[in-house]
Design a protein around this ligand. Structure first.
Ligand code: SF4
Length: 393
């Protein structure tokens, strides 16, 4: 008997990854979320919604960056009046964000919007919430019950002492119950907090209790780059647990960079793999080639490629061969040359100047040979290299 219980290792899963939290499907315009559908990337405009030109311009910029759902705030009647004009000029589903005034929710629901977000903590009580639910139901429009730790109902703060995870989840559940009493099930839930620990535990608790899809995010994350790191720190444990059906990275300022950050988080957690995974070492004194230049060129030449391939580019022979063997294609450098690996076997040795061309040739060959394994439709979720992740359209 050794000091450690090695039998545990034999029983442990060799391919890591948890299944997704089983949630109902909810249609938001042309995008279906929940179930096995891809985790959709959402953002929010920063313009005055009634400034139709500026709002549409920003939504087009978000669309060009890959945004799949967009939210606009509707604080005033003039914002509600602009919704139809905005909706007809954009290509992605339009979500209306409502705080404080349930009449704004009712006004927004007169327009061809795709979803409404209500904050149960400030909508004015259960009866007003019920009125919004009835109208959303009659219009066939889904609703997010968007709990926020910063604006939780007073009675729940008193019951639990402060806006903690169980208080937030109770807020969501009791509003779900009201909606269900009205026969309404087109519900999405969010439990946001600017405190990573609070948000993560709230979503985990919710996932044990209900099956409506979740929109996940760390609210008021602040200014990049810290805000991107903070969002990743909060979203990654949820995604790894299988929680989350739509995602937003909230950044102060221009919302366009939110999209790339969200897709990076989905890629790194392998919940939605959409591009080659490039593994590159940080370099050190053992470096045998100009790795930075090679990686920069490779990144440029791979830009836009929707291939779920793992490519490793390492600067010397310490970890190079090992990493390259675990990747689909890899190089390990030594003395100004590169050994190219494919599925763990050395297939070529090339001069440093030829490394990028040689890698691109091998990537093209891999793509050709794996055509039959590359699904044509949108991905469900990334499953890691060992089971080929599906590709997004
Ligand atoms: Fe250094 Fe080699 Fe490791 Fe790169 S792979 S960090 S060059 S030891």
């Amino acid at each position: 008997m050794g000091r450690f219980q090695y039998s545990l290792l034999e029983q442990a899963a060799r391919v890591p990854g948890k299944p997704r939290h089983k949630t109902r499907e909810v249609r938001i315009g042309t995008v279906v979320i929940g179930g096995n559908n891809p985790i959709a990337v959402q953002s929010m405009t920063t313009t005055d919604t009634h400034d139709v030109e500026a709002t549409v311009r920003q939504i087009h910029a978000l669309e060009a960056a890959g945004c799949e759902l967009v939210r606009v705030t509707v604080p005033k009647p003039e914002d509600a009046h602009a919704l139809t004009r905005i909706r007809e000029r954009i290509g992605i589903p339009l979500i209306c964000d409502i705080h404080f005034d349930y009449k704004m929710a009712l006004a927004a629901l007169d327009h061809p919007i795709d979803k409404i977000r209500i904050n149960p903590g400030n909508i004015g009580g259960p009866e007003r919430f019920r009125q919004v639910v009835r109208k959303a139901k009659s219009r066939g429009i889904p609703m997010r019950i968007g709990v926020n730790a910063g604006s939780l109902e007073r009675d729940l703060c008193e019951k639990y002492g402060f806006p903690c995870p169980p208080a937030m989840v109770e807020s969501a559940l009791r509003h779900i119950e009201i909606a269900e009493e009205e026969g309404y099930h087109d519900i999405v839930v969010s439990l946001k907090s600017s405190d990573v620990l609070v948000a993560v535990e709230a979503y985990r608790l919710y996932a044990q209790l209900a099956d409506y899809p979740t929109h996940i995010g760390i609210t008021e994350a602040g200014k990049p780059p810290y805000a991107v790191t903070k969002s990743a720190v909060g979203l990654a444990p949820l995604l790894l647990d299988g929680i989350g059906d739509t995602i937003r990275v909230s950044l102060l300022g221009d919302p366009v960079p939110e999209i790339a950050a969200a897709f990076d988080i989905l890629q790194a957690t392998q919940r939605r793999v959409r591009r080659p995974e490039l593994i590159a070492c940080p370099t050190c004194g053992r470096l045998a080639i100009d790795l930075e230049k090679i990686v920069a060129e490779l990144e440029q030449r791979l830009a836009g490629k929707r291939l779920p391939i793992k490519i490793s580019v390492l600067g010397c022979v310490v970890n190079g061969p090992g990493e390259a063997r675990e990747a689909d294609i890899g190089i390990a450098a030594g003395n100004g040359k590169g050994m190219i690996f494919r599925n763990g076997e050395i297939i070529r040795r090339v001069e440093e100047a030829e490394i990028v061309d040689a890698l691109m040739e091998e990537i093209a060959r891999w793509e050709q040979e794996n055509q039959h394994r590359l699904p044509q439709q949108r991905d469900v979720e990334g499953l890691g290299r060992r089971r080929l992740p599906l590709i997004s359209s």
